[in-house]
Design a protein around this ligand. Structure first.
Ligand code: DTR
Ligand code: ZN
Ligand code: ZN
Length: 452
């Protein structure tokens, strides 16, 4: 953990005590000649105009969703099955995350086996509504267990991909839609209901439906649906970059939620890491794991818990989902809107004194701030090496923009910093915090701004 505010130093000992540390995810573009070394941080891959590079999906975040689903099952009779309280609690969890991230969500009800079922549909605002890239997973478990691999894994994987779309401020050419299906275990009931009630004109707008049902099996295989050559190729290309050999998924034809879409003429694809079939010796040779054992020995069993997950398979498959979503939807990662929020209030900075703050309240920006939030500052000061400058987000998390320096005797800080603030909600009160940590020389904050 880096110390966020350097100690106050008397001028005489400043010469050899530069307080520069490697920056967090902040880069500085100082106007004019810079004697303050910019924080050297790797720049993110620049997305090309047509096919932005997909970001890495945090497997830790995917596993955190699985932990939530496990807790829900434990608190609701041990399962997340259709018609049981654990299913609706699972849906409410997923919906809450998506609503907070700026998705437009819809809950679709249906009845099966005398119980009310629910589908959750989430649309990312924007993109060509006549061309939809659609990713789905069934959220229900069997009644015997928590269903963490079948199919918490697929549900958590697409949830984290959707949340990453929001964090990145991704603006795809095509429209993105995600779905969490109910009652798959009763016979693809939720997805069948959705497709049946969808007008043909709407069905024809779906360029691709991608299905993810079991993507973290404990003795994993890497299976790619071969229903559509183009979609199969997108996944195979991704796995080739990771030197992972794949096989076509033949066991599950018609056995998961892609079937209703395929039967309606929609191009379908997807991934699968294996169920109760046995891994062969040749498969173990290329994928590791144990030959002669099932890919998932807890399939449809009470032991399908968070202990029943292979993290590497979950990670690779979640990244493959992101690759397919970004590749198939085109578009570029650009900061949403370019909205500017500015303060022009002067704030005096006490010499070698406590930090002062200048607030900006942001509203009307959906979701989280971007990974490339621009913070422009204008600080007048006769010896800028005295100054430590931080950006404080609405969560009160602090982002170091500038450290003090015993060697930077130039005046004023007029700079634009790029901050990875993707963990911050955009809306709320942001603060520029400035402290003069060395005696003599004074100054003030003239103004600053944030560009979203
Ligand atoms: N995940 C299973 C359905 C499924 C999908 N592919 C296969 C292959 C072999 C057995 C089952 C499946 C389920 O929801 O039951
Ligand atoms: Zn199942
Ligand atoms: Zn399943």
């Amino acid at each position: 953990m880096r110390e966020l505010n350097g100690p106050t130093l008397p001028r005489r000992s400043r010469r050899g005590a530069a307080l520069l540390t490697a920056g967090a995810a902040v880069t500085a573009t100082l106007l004019g000649v810079s004697t303050v070394p910019a924080h050297a941080v790797p720049t993110a891959a620049v997305a090309t105009a047509r096919s932005a590079a997909a970001p890495d999906i945090s497997v830790a975040n995917v596993k955190a969703h699985l932990n939530q689903l496990q807790s829900i099952a434990t608190a609701n009779g041990g399962n997340r099955a259709h018609g049981r309280s654990g299913y609706k609690a699972s849906l409410d969890y997923v919906k809450g995350k998506l609503d907070a991230a700026g998705f437009t969500t819809t809950v679709q009800q249906f009845t099966s086996n005398g119980a009310v079922g629910y589908n959750l549909i989430a649309d990312w605002p924007g993109g060509d509504a006549d061309h939809i890239v659609f990713a789905g997973s069934h959220l229900d478990s069997v009644s015997r267990g928590a269903g963490i691999n079948d199919n918490g894994s697929g549900s958590a994987g697409i949830l984290e991909v959707a949340l990453t779309v929001a964090k990145q401020g991704y603006k795809p050419d095509k429209h993105l839609r995600f779905a969490w299906w109910g009652a798959e275990e009763l016979g693809l009931v939720g997805s069948q209901h959705y497709v049946r009630q969808l007008p043909a004109t709407e069905r024809r707008k779906i360029d691709a439906y991608l299905n993810f049902d079991m993507i973290g099996s404990p003795n994993p295989g890497y299976f790619v649906y071969d229903d559509d050559t183009r979609l199969e190729g997108v996944f195979k290309d991704f796995f080739a970059t990771r030197n992972i050999q794949t096989e076509i998924e033949t066991e599950g034809d018609g056995r998961s939620d892609h079937a209703p879409f395929k039967n309606a003429g929609v191009a379908v694809g997807g991934l699968f890491s294996g169920a109760d079939y046995t891994k062969t010796a040749s498969q173990a040779a290329k994928w590791g794991g144990t030959a002669g054992q099932p890919f998932d020995r807890c399939y449809h069993s009470s032991c399908d818990t968070t202990a029943n997950i292979n993290d590497t398979a979950l990670d690779n498959n979640s990244d493959a989902i992101a690759h397919a979503v970004w590749t198939l939807s085109g578009g570029s990662t650009t900061p949403p809107g370019g909205k500017v929020f500015e303060s022009k209030s002067a704030v005096a900075i006490p010499d070698a004194g406590p930090a002062v703050e200048s607030p900006i309240t942001v509203s009307g920006v959906p979701g989280n701030a971007s990974a490339a939030l621009k913070a422009g500052v204008d600080i007048k000061h006769s010896y800028r090496g005295d100054l430590v400058v931080d950006l404080v987000g609405p969560s009160n998390r602090s982002y170091r923009l500038k450290d003090s320096s015993s060697t930077d005797s130039a005046a004023n800080v007029v700079a634009t910093y790029t901050v990875n603030a993707s963990a911050e909600p955009a809306n709320g009160t942001w603060k520029l915090r400035v402290q003069d940590v060395a005696a003599q020389d004074t100054g003030s904050i003239s103004g600053w701004k944030l560009t979203f």
